[in-house]
Ligand binder design. Structure first.
Ligand code: BTN
Length: 330
């Protein structure tokens, strides 16, 4: 996105119509150049209404991401830990962006947020639908020394951070986690987490954890999504505050990363039971090798899923897709 487009986005971001002439004067452009720019913004997936004799306006005003507001929700200690926070208008994927950062030895955290992703990535090679300004797409990069055991558990600690913060925000306990790290509300997916490792095999790893939270994406996007999903707007019946939620979630993620770096997953096991939507329920687990039925008995300190089979034997699994027996959840 170029500077003119960004300026136009900010000018249009209100409920009032702005005429092509007015926009042209503010941008130093002709009316037809404004029109061209409007079309470029529409191509990002932003819906803009136009009305004869009135001009243009956003169909739904967007709360654009703002570093200053987001930082207000980060504790001073956590702000100090952040090396760099970038906000991009459009990127292939915030995870990819941080994966491409040069590997440094600093113990600090990098954060990348974007208004849109043109190649948002989900788990198991799926796409992550990422239209402009409607949801949150953010990634956090941090270093771990090889001394830290069971690095994959970090994703579960982060899922606990996301579920906890969103429940506090909506003042309820209805948001839960489906192992290993899907965030659900009433059997519909609200948010997802994708963690990736860089520098494997060296004395230091860099973990990139990407979090996508559906905030205000319209149902028309269902054509691009292969599973039942929900956005926060539908849950709370009003427009969610993008910057506040980003700040609150990032702050809690950093808190949980600090705890995980010291103690691993152990301190999160109790919270996990609270949020695990299938805890104590009959489930089916599909792994690349087999399909297992049994009772979901939570996770162990490595983040493995524990399934109790008909012989009351507990089996552990590192990968797989879990679903309720006799239910349609995916
Ligand atoms: C899932 O499949 O549930 C994981 C979804 C993760 C989506 C987030 S959005 C920010 C970051 N960038 C990506 O490309 N993916 C993650």
């Amino acid at each position: 996105m170029n500077k003119q487009m960004k300026k136009l986005l900010l000018l249009l971001n209100s409920t009032d119509y702005k005429s092509g002439t007015e926009l042209g004067v503010k941008l130093g452009l002709t009316r037809s150049s404004v029109w061209k720019l409007i079309n470029q913004i529409k191509e990002l997936g932003v819906s803009i209404e136009s009305k004869t004799n009135s001009g243009y306006r956003f169909s739904h005003p967007i709360e654009l991401l703002d570093k200053k507001i987001i930082s207000k929700y980060l504790s001073t200690n956590n702000q100090y830990l952040i090396n760099n926070m970038v906000i991009l208008e459009d990127v292939s994927s915030t995870n990819t962006y941080l994966l491409q950062e040069p590997f440094n030895n600093e113990k600090k955290i990098s954060i990348c947020l974007a208004e849109a992703q043109n190649n948002g990535r989900g788990r198991l090679g799926r796409n992550w639908c990422s239209p402009f300004g409607k949801n949150l797409y953010m990634s956090i990069g941090c270093n771990f020394t090889s001394g830290v055991k069971d690095i994959s558990g970090i994703t579960l600690a982060i899922a606990v951070a996301v579920a906890e913060t969103l429940n506090l925000y909506i003042r309820s306990k209805d948001i839960g986690i489906k192992w290993p790290n899907d965030i659900y509300w009433q059997n519909r997916k609200l948010a997802g987490i994708l963690s990736e490792i860089k520098g494997e095999g060296y004395s230091m790893y860099r973990i990139i954890v990407g979090v996508g939270i559906n905030l205000s994406m319209e149902q028309t996007y269902s054509q691009y999504i292969s599973q039942p999903w929900v956005n926060l707007e539908e849950i709370i019946n009003k427009t969610p505050e993008r910057n506040r939620i980003a700040g609150l979630v990032l702050n809690q993620i950093i808190e949980n990363i600090k705890i995980f770096q010291k103690y691993g997953l152990m301190p999160f096991l109790k919270s996990w039971e609270k949020y695990d939507i299938f805890y104590g329920k009959k489930v089916i687990l599909s792994t690349p090798r087999e399909i297992i039925c049994g009772i979901n008995s939570g996770i162990d300190e490595h983040g493995y899923l524990l399934i109790k089979d008909d012989q009351n034997e507990i089996k552990k699994f590192a990968v797989g897709e879990i679903s309720m027996r006799d239910a349609k959840i995916k």
